[in-house]
Design a protein around this ligand. Structure first.
Ligand code: EPZ
Length: 431
């Protein structure tokens, strides 16, 4: 059933919220469980549609994947097929991280090449070039990639591309190298905390991996990996989104379980804009509205995270002055701009640069979610706008934000979820 969110803006959000487990750690770590024939238990896993979908794909591959209690997933891949199901994989780009796990475990893999999505093309050329550097034979036919790792040996792989490193590409190569004979050096590796969390799990499974968090990861192949029990890291993007909710409403929000170091340059940019930021072990807090425009450029970690670009842009709609947002990871990741303009935002797009003239009042409007993080930006704008904002196609939000309505209401927001049929038909966009 299609649902909409109705938000009555103007309430400063105050209080505490606990960050859920990181979606972008959960997905590669679930894939990594295929590297072992023993049980891998993951704890603190968020209750998201993407997580349930990844579990469905794992079961399709022959693994058992059960959630005996909320947040806990038990995965056991005693037997596993090398062929990923096209009709499932094409629905979730992140399933590309199964490639490395299958190549490591079975020495071969077949997968439909993931398509693009609304934030832009999502190529995997760096993943495939890395596997070829290990001696894998990679063939592309009819939109599917086949990898044969019979002759694979450890070696030097370079994950650097035109936009910097690749997060899931690094994850794939580390997983493949973990069970590939010889030493592998991953150059220009992604330094995101989710990559380090994956390496923590792999070490618990018996892998020999070091250097994660830096640009060079070293992997010594081992013959096999065992099971493990691992609590995944908190979701830094969800945490940043709730801090943004505090800032955009001029409130005072503390996120428990979040690590300031995981948020890259996001906190520094909020502070430069005049939002008060406090942090300590296991918490980050944002208080007060932004007071000035700033410039921001998205980059791989530890730079400003592209996944918080839309949310930051929404916050800066409240800041008198000019804010420029330059997207250097996904140059087209501006689906939120047109919808924010419907709420009165003054944003001008010129290629990969958005120029925001902030400090103007926002008025609530019916808007359309498009992708996960753009949808969060619309919710944020609705929290600050006068009047009612209706956000349609909430399934985009449910992919990455566990219980977002409950969490926002816990901070004092006036937000409800309704069946789309209860939205005034005069406001409903043709679907
Ligand atoms: C991960 O995607 C995240 N997803 C994305 O989060 C995030 O936006 C992205 O990293 C960047 O931080 C998951 O972890 C599941 P990339 P990933 O490979 O690994 C180019 C969200 O909202 N590139 O680091 O697929 C690519 O086009 C999602 O939670 C190549 O050119 O991203 C992009 O411009 C959205 N060739 C840049 O690198 C390749 O082979 C970064 O992509 C691979 C990537």
């Amino acid at each position: 059933m299609l649902e909409v969110a109705r938000i009555l803006g103007g309430v400063p959000l105050k209080g505490e919220v606990r960050a859920a487990g990181a979606k972008n750690a959960a997905l590669p770590l679930m894939a990594a469980s295929l590297l072992s024939a023993e049980t891998v238990t993951l704890r603190g896993v968020p209750d998201l549609s993407d997580v349930r979908f990844m579990a469905e794909i794992l079961r399709h591959l022959g693994a058992s994947a059960e959630s005996p209690e909320p947040g806990v997933w038990r995965i056991r891949a005693a037997q596993v097929s090398h062929r990923t199901p096209y009709e499932l994989v094409r629905k979730m780009r992140a399933s590309v991280c199964l490639l490395g796990a299958l190549v490591g475990r079975l020495g071969r893999a077949e997968m439909a090449v993931p398509g693009g999505c609304v934030i832009g093309p999502r190529p995997i050329d760096l993943h495939l070039r890395g596997l070829e550097s290990l001696g894998c034979r990679v063939t592309l036919e009819a939109g599917a990639v086949s990898v044969d790792a019979t002759a694979a040996r450890g070696g030097e792989v370079d994950m650097g591309g035109p936009m910097g490193s690749t997060v899931l590409g690094t994850a794939n190569l580390v997983m493949a190298a973990a069970l590939t004979r010889g030493s592998t050096r991953v150059l220009n590796a992604a330094r995101e905390p989710e990559v380090s969390d994956l390496c923590d799990l792999l070490r618990k499974m018996g892998a020999r991996v070091s250097g994660d968090g830096t640009a060079t990861i070293e992997v010594e192949g081992v013959p096999s990996l065992g099971g493990a029990d691992h609590a995944i890291i908190a979701d830094r993007i969800e945490a940043g989104t709730y801090l943004a909710a505090g800032a955009i409403t001029g409130g005072d929000v503390t996120v428990r379980g979040a690590e300031a170091a995981h948020l890259g340059a996001f906190l520094g940019r909020l502070e430069a804009a005049g939002v008060e930021i406090f942090h300590g072990p296991g918490f980050v807090r944002a208080r007060g509205l932004p007071r000035r425009g700033v410039d921001v450029v998205t980059e791989p970690h530890p730079g400003f995270p592209t996944d918080l670009q839309a949310q930051f842009m929404a916050v800066q709609l409240m800041a008198p002055g000019v804010t420029t947002v330059t997207e250097k990871v996904y140059p087209h990741r501006f689906m939120h701009v047109a919808e924010l303009q419907r709420m009165g935002a003054d944003i001008r797009l010129d290629g990969a640069v958005a120029t925001v003239h902030g400090g103007r009042p926002l008025s609530g409007a019916p808007v359309m979610a498009s992708d996960l993080r753009a949808s969060a930006a619309l919710i944020l704008a609705g929290l600050a706008a006068t009047g009612e904002t209706w956000v349609q196609r909430l399934y985009h939000l449910d992919r990455g934000y566990e219980k977002f309505k409950e969490r926002l209401r816990g901070l004092g927001a006036d937000v409800v979820r309704l069946p789309q049929s209860e939205m005034p038909s005069s406001l409903r966009a043709e679907d």
